[in-house]
Design a protein around this ligand. Structure first.
Ligand code: SAM
Ligand code: FES
Length: 352
């Protein structure tokens, strides 16, 4: 006899009470497009966040250090196979100048993100980390530089890096294989995440929402992975097509689904650091505010020099590429104030 699936609101309650669901439960929540499901998740996610983070939103200053990448992820505008991508690399002095400006603007976390640029060997990154930590002892440094060896992760940790963001991209190896060239390995990416955690980093994983070929089942697998891996951070954002990729004609992922997933993630791990991403702000002009209202507690304004922002082009129509860092900071502050949230001058470590 076919069993009737539990009704969605019962699942929402189960998630809020137990912080986990069976895979089928996550899938059902994703497939239920009713307003009621989304609004109950949002309400409960906000409720569970308040006693932990209040109305505080943590700022991360994003410094896009290089658009040179040796990888060829099929969806990404800066993949090495794109001959039209404009390449740049910031010098250590330029990176330090961005951090200097960010510090004066109240940032206490710098996220150094970039393509997998072979110029950034361990010795260069170690020297940069030493200088950053000496000049800004009250700041955390997050790296987001892709897959490296365990030995390299260890050296960068020893040199002062506090956190590492490496989206797992998808928990389904079959989907991973459709979105990446054959030389890239899902197993290796997952191993990197385990190594990072083992070494002692605060670790962030994450995935795109609405990626080509992605099904509700695969998103449910992502939620199950996050539930079990228990990262300190989880970065999710809609897939947005880039005109120089094979997925140029694919639709962007949905803002509503991304926002619903943020609420679910908040309920799975109430203390997790959850950014409302630039990609979300790109597909919906108020996407970041909506994401914060429904569970996210981090924003990552851009501190990169204005001259290079357009060149760090992962997807089309990226927002904030023409704005000075101070404008971005002020703009986000004002946006958050209109919804009753405030940014804080704080490293913003995960709540213990
Ligand atoms: N190279 C590092 C890495 O691989 O983790 C950091 C930079 S990588 C470009 C940052 C993230 O951008 C990826 O993990 C991916 O999820 C996201 N991304 C790339 N192309 C995208 C697209 N077209 N739409 C939305 N997100 C995208
Ligand atoms: Fe950059 Fe609004 S956040 S201009």
């Amino acid at each position: 006899m076919k069993r009737t699936p539990p009704d969605t609101l019962a699942l929402v309650d189960q998630l809020a009470d137990h912080h986990c669901l069976p895979l089928e439960g996550y899938q059902q929540l994703i497939e239920d497009t009713s307003e009621l499901a989304a609004s109950s998740l949002a309400k409960l996610a906000d409720q569970v966040r308040r006693p932990i983070y209040g109305n505080k939103v943590y700022l991360r200053g994003l410094i896009e250090i290089s658009s040179i990448c040796s990888r060829n992820c099929l969806y990404c505008g800066i993949r090495c196979g794109n001959p039209n991508a404009e390449r740049y690399r910031l010098t250590p002095e330029e990176i330090l100048a961005c951090a200097e400006e960010g510090h004066a603007l109240g940032f206490r976390t710098f996220v150094l993100q970039g393509g997998e640029d072979p110029w950034f060997i361990d010795e260069r990154l170690e020297a940069l980390l030493h200088t950053l930590k000496r000049r800004f002892p009250d700041c955390a440094v997050t790296l987001s530089l892709g897959e490296r060896s365990r030995e390299s992760y260890q050296r960068l940790y020893d040199a002062g890096a506090d956190r590492y963001l490496l989206r797992h991209e998808t928990a389904d190896p079959a989907l991973y294989a459709k979105l990446h060239p054959p030389e890239m390995s899902w197993e290796n990416r997952m191993q990197c995440l385990r190594d990072l955690k083992d070494i002692g980093y605060q670790v962030g994983c994450g995935f795109m929402v609405g990626a080509p070929y992605q099904t509700a089942r695969q998103l449910a697998m992502d939620l199950k992975f996050v539930e079990q891996f228990h990262p300190d951070m989880c970065g999710i954002g809609p897939f947005v097509p880039h005109h120089d990729t094979v997925f140029r004609d694919q639709p962007a992922g949905g803002a509503a689904l991304t926002i619903k997933l943020l609420s679910i993630l908040r309920l799975i791990h109430p203390k997790m650091l959850l950014p409302a991403t630039t990609a979300l702000g790109t597909i919906d002009p108020h996407g970041r505010e909506k994401g914060i209202l429904t569970g996210a507690n981090v924003v990552m304004p851009n501190l990169s020099p204005v001259g290079v922002r357009r060149k760090y082009s992962l997807y089309d129509n990226k927002i904030c590429t023409g704005d000075e860092s101070a404008q971005c900071r002020a703009c986000l502050e004002a946006r958050l104030r209109t919804i009753g949230f405030e940014t804080v001058v704080d490293r913003g470590d995960v709540a213990k």
